[in-house]
Each structure stands twice: as structure tokens, then as C-alpha cells.
Design a protein around this ligand. Structure first.
Ligand code: COA
Length: 332
């Protein structure tokens, strides 16, 4: 929460961009590769299709497209960028950071750039970090990217995961502002989720050099029921906590933008925090769960509904477990 005596600027979002790959993976496509049905998937998740990045491209390619989209829409010059934080769990390669690869593709030579892995909470974590950089006045133009090529880690034959996930990238531009922008961020995590939501292979514990390498470990695994319950509880609590410490009631919130994991999770959080149904923004039906990209993409796709001055509450939950909520005033 902001110190009212602070003379420092706010960090405000001044531009937003996004990118979605062309290829669609529909529920009917999944019916062909595993024992599932369009009807079951829609009923249990609210998802009809997801976008899938073509082979040979990676997370940085989507991020660069999203940044180009932002620059075109809002007439921004990427050469002005001082810092890039990339929230992703699916970097192009283990080293260097995807943020460096993006800097190279954008021809940025002196930029402060790194990746942050907080899974599906990554965008909110990175937004908090980026806002802090702007508030210190050491950085003026900060890009926060949420991008994941999660399809590269989904076993197409595993119906416990293939129904949920899709690829995409979203990005926002942060700048100092005398008016209210990012108001508060409430972020938490623990290690309770390790066994319930993970991709284990390819790290230092199970390196791909291990012989024989267990291919199964390179896929995303989850215990859907445990994750579902934790997600609802954690996002609801984060929303309630951030409202309470800012002395705001739920009626003050113009838009709730929740992580898009499952429509039933979104509805349960909305019910628990008692927000009017038409104040929750979604895009899960045609995008699925795009990990760190869900929140910026959901704002980007619903941008026509959001007015300057609206109060937005963002909330996310992901592997770790990690979770949180942010409050911000929309200033575009
Ligand atoms: N298609 C058809 N049937 C399926 C199925 C699928 N893809 N997955 C499970 N089933 C069946 C089960 O076998 C079970 O059948 P049974 O009743 O005959 O035993 C039944 O449907 C219910 O299975 P269950 O695992 O209880 O389903 P669920 O309602 O929990 O839905 C998820 C499964 C994965 C959709 C749900 O748990 C979920 O979304 N969890 C959260 C995951 C998440 O958000 N992860 C990312 C967090 S950032």
C-alpha cells in the first residue's frame, strides 16, 4: 500500500499490446487424440478452443509481436524502453533470459532486462516489480511482458492438461505519473504446490543430459482438483485482503480481471468476493489458460469496455503455489 506522504510518482500503464498465434486447437481436435468431448470440456472449463504457436517459433517471438502491436496502437517508440521484465515459465532457452532475446530482436542495446518465473502469477509479480522500478525514479519506461508457449510442454494425449492450455503474449508499458496508476499489490507464495502443478524435466534436478531421460518429466503435470480448490481460495483471499487494506468495498471495483484458468474458478472467485457478474472480464472461451499472458491479454481483448479512471482489480494463481491481487487505476 502506498505511503500517503510519498512524493514519488505513481507508475501508470500508458499502453497495452497483445499477440495470439493463428492456429486454433478446438475441443473437436482434442476429441481426435484422447477420450474427451466438446460437451464435457465446455461444461467443466468453459473453454472451446486455444491458440497454438507454430513449431520453430518460441515465447520471444510472441512477445516481440505483442510489443510491436503496442507500439503501433499507442504510437510508442521501443527505443525509449529502459527495462523489460518478462514473466514466463516457458523461456526460449534456459540461458540467456528470454528478455535478452527480446532485446536483441528489438535492437535494444542498453536495456535492463530479465525473466521472472512465477508461473501463472508471473504477470502480477512482474507488474509489481516494474511499478516499483518506476516509483524509485530510476527507470522511466518499463515493459512488462507476460508470455508463454505452454503448448510446447503439454502432452497432447493427456486430457487432464490438454483441454486447458494455450499460447499467447501480452505486454503493458509503465511510466511515471502524477495521477494514480498502480495503487497496490498483494503477492504471496509457498511451496505447497510443488507436487500438484509442475514441469520437472530439463532443470538441474532432472537434466536432459540424464541417461535415460524420462520424457514424461518434460510435460506439464497437475492434480486438477487440488489446484482448483487452492486457486479459488487464494484468489478470493487476495482480493479481499487488498480491498480491505485500501479501505475499499467491492462496489468500488469497476472491473475484475482474474487469471483465466477455468471458467468455474472465475465464477467461484466472483461469487466469493461478491462482485456483480457483469464486472468480471474474461476471454477464456477462445484462449484457454495462457499462463503469464492471461491477464494482459484479457485486458487487451476487452479494452473497449474499460474507461479512463476505472478501478481494476487483477488476481492470479499459479504453480508454487503463487498468487496475488493488484489494484490499479486505468489511465489510458
Ligand atoms: N474429458 C472427459 N472426461 C474427463 C476429463 C476430460 N478431459 N477429465 C476428467 N474426466 C472425467 C474423470 O475421469 C471423472 O470421471 P468419473 O466421474 O467417471 O470418475 C470426471 O470426468 C470428473 O473428473 P475430475 O478430475 O473430478 O474433473 P474436474 O471437474 O476436477 O475437472 C479439471 C478437471 C482439470 C478441468 C479441473 O480440475 C481444473 O480445471 N482444475 C484446475 C486446473 C488449473 O486451473 N490449472 C492451472 C492453474 S494456474
Amino acid at each position: 500500500m502506498r505511503n500517503i506522504y510519498s512524493s514519488r510518482p505513481y507508475a501508470a500503464i500508458t499502453a497495452i499490446g497483445g499477440y495470439l498465434p493463428q492456429e486454433r486447437r478446438t475441443n473437436f481436435d482434442l476429441e481426435q487424440v484422447c477420450d474427451t468431448s466438446d460437451e464435457w470440456i465446455i461444461k467443466r472449463t468453459g473453454i472451446k478452443e486455444r491458440r497454438i504457436l507454430e513449431a520453430g517459433l518460441a515465447t520471444s517471438d510472441m512477445a516481440v509481436m505483442a510489443i510491436h502491436d503496442l507500439c503501433t496502437r499507442y504510437n510508442k517508440d521501443v527505443a525509449d524502453v529502459d527495462a523489460i521484465i518478462v514473466a514466463t515459465s516457458t523461456p526460449d532457452v534456459l540461458m540467456p533470459a528470454t528478455a535478452n532475446i527480446i532485446a536483441q530482436k528489438l535492437n535494444l542495446n542498453n536495456v535492463w532486462a530479465f525473466d521472472m518465473n512465477a508461473a501463472c502469477s508471473g504477470f502480477l509479480y512482474a507488474l509489481d516489480m516494474g511499478a516499483s522500478l518506476v516509483e524509485t525514479e530510476r527507470y522511466k519506461n518499463v515493459l512488462i511482458v507476460g508470455a508463454d508457449n505452454i503448448s510446447a510442454f503439454v502432452n497432447i494425449h493427456d486430457r487432464s492438461t490438454n483441454i486447458l492450455f494455450g499460447d499467447g503474449a501480452g505486454v503493458i508499458w509503465l511510466e511515471p505519473s502524477a495521477e494514480e496508476g498502480i495503487i497496490d499489490a498483494f503477492m504471496q507464495s509457498n511451496g505447497d504446490g510443488r507436487d500438484f502443478l509442475n514441469i520437472e524435466g530439463g532443470g538441474s534436478l532432472y537434466p536432459t543430459s540424464e541417461k535415460p531421460f524420462n520424457q514424461e518429466r518434460s510435460y506439464l503435470k497437475q492434480d486438477g482438483k487440488v489446484v482448483f480448490k487452492q486457486a479459488v481460495q487464494s484468489m478470493s483471499n487476495a482480493c479481499k485482503s487488498i480491498l480491505e487494506r485500501n479501505q475499499l468495498g467491492i462496489e468500488a471495483v469497476d472491473w475484475l480481471i482474474p487469471h483465466q484458468a477455468n471458467k468455474r474458478i472465475i465464477d467461484a472467485v466472483g461469487k466469493d468476493i461478491n462482485i456483480q457478474k457483469n464486472k468480471t472480464l474474461t476471454n477464456i472461451e477462445y484462449r484457454g489458460n495462457t499462463i503469464a499472458a492471461t491477464i494482459p491479454l484479457c485486458i487487451w481483448e476487452n479494452i473497449k469496455q474499460i474507461q479512463k479512471g476505472d478501478l481494476l482489480m487483477l488476481t492470479a494463481f499459479g504453480a508454487g503455489f503463487s498468487w496475488g491481487a493488484s489494484l490499479l487505476r486505468w489511465m489510458i
